[in-house]
Design a protein around this ligand. Structure first.
Ligand code: FE
Ligand code: MN
Length: 334
């Protein structure tokens, strides 16, 4: 009998044999990632540079929000990439999942490149931006939380053998995927996209839209991975463990709300700081549901336009841009 492929602990399986596949969702996420190919240099930054240099295009609070988000993401992308290749890839031995992880690692390299590109084009001081995860307490608190939450699988002696270790592994995967990529990225996404909707720093806004689309696939893959390990090892999913995860997510939500208040204390035109917090609670409930845990917050989505930004396909975006340009040219001719 051919042994069944599993996500982890595949001692009897050859990790080089990707066919036949067991986990078609991993393949689908891989294909979705490929369909989203982009690089930061494709997005023009000239208008952003002009606004950033101008004395009056941006208020002090808008500049603060931009700096805080560049500061958080510039190092968070590298932290995520390192976690992925040094730990997740090591223990997830299933070949179709590994194919997706390689794709995700490439996307994290693109995201890292995006913040290099933003620093270069805006002429920001890299020592300031790349040190904000030490110097800004609300950023440091998020990074420290994830590092603490995911430290067991960084231990070189860690294995995924046995119920306690499998549970530990799922705990750390929730730290990477659900908390870091699924919660800690989203107040920042909402702030930058809100700014873009007001015609401010639209180049950075578009870069964030592309990153957010990638991240929504990373998160979907991560949740499918977590759910598959749960279903193959149901003994790990005790009530006690479920309660522990809910508490970890509630703490993460508090840290993300603190970050949102710190980056944007008075809100933006038409948006108050509380709405960013409501948004964080709303998305936390979506994450809880995705891994079969009960909702905690029961908030309405204060920013329905955020889900449209995630769904936006590059092709559609390109097409709409072209149509607008074409119409402008046409009306000039008439
Ligand atoms: Fe990323
Ligand atoms: Mn990611």
């Amino acid at each position: 009998m051919i042994p069944r492929k599993k996500i982890i602990n595949n001692a009897v399986i050859d990790p080089n044999k990707i066919l036949p596949m067991t986990y078609l969702w991993a393949r689908k996420h891989y294909k979705d990632g490929i369909a989203n190919n982009w690089t930061p240099e494709e997005i023009p930054m000239q208008q952003d540079v002009e606004q950033w240099r101008s004395m009056n295009a941006l208020s002090e609070k808008e500049r603060r929000l931009i700096l805080w988000n560049l500061g958080f993401f510039s190092t968070a992308e590298s932290l995520t990439a390192n976690n992925l290749v040094l730990t997740v890839y090591r223990y997830v031995t299933n070949p179709e999942c590994r194919q997706y992880l390689l794709r995700q690692a490439f996307e994290e390299a693109i995201h890292t490149d995006t913040f290099i590109y933003c620093c270069d084009t805006l002429g920001l001081d890299p020592n300031e931006i790349y040190n904000m995860y030490n110097t800004i307490p609300s950023i440091a608190a998020k990074d420290e939380y994830v590092i603490e939450l995911t430290k067991s699988i960084l231990d070189p002696n860690f294995t995924t053998e046995g119920t306690d270790n499998i549970r530990r592994f799922v705990h750390d995967l929730i730290g990477y995927y659900v908390i870091m990529e699924g919660i800690f990225f989203y107040a920042g996404f909402a702030m930058i996209l809100a700014l873009k909707r007001q015609g401010k720093m639209v180049g950075i806004g578009e870069q964030f839209e592309y990153i957010m689309r990638d991240e929504s696939i990373h998160l979907a893959f991560g949740c499918d991975l977590i759910n598959a390990i749960k279903s193959e090892n149901p003994e790990i999913w005790t009530q006690e463990f479920q309660d522990e995860i809910v508490e970890l997510i509630k703490k993460a939500v508090e840290l993300e709300k603190q970050y949102a208040y710190d980056a944007c204390p008075e809100g933006l035109l038409g948006i108050n700081a509380q709405q960013f917090c409501n948004y964080v609670e709303y998305i936390a409930d979506r994450r809880l549901e995705r891994i079969d845990l009960p909702k905690v917050y029961h908030k309405e989505n204060p920013f329905p336009w955020m889900s449209q930004a995630t769904d936006l396909s590059k092709e559609k975006n390109f097409f709409e841009t072209r149509v607008t340009e074409y119409q402008t040219a046409g009306s000039l001719e008439w």
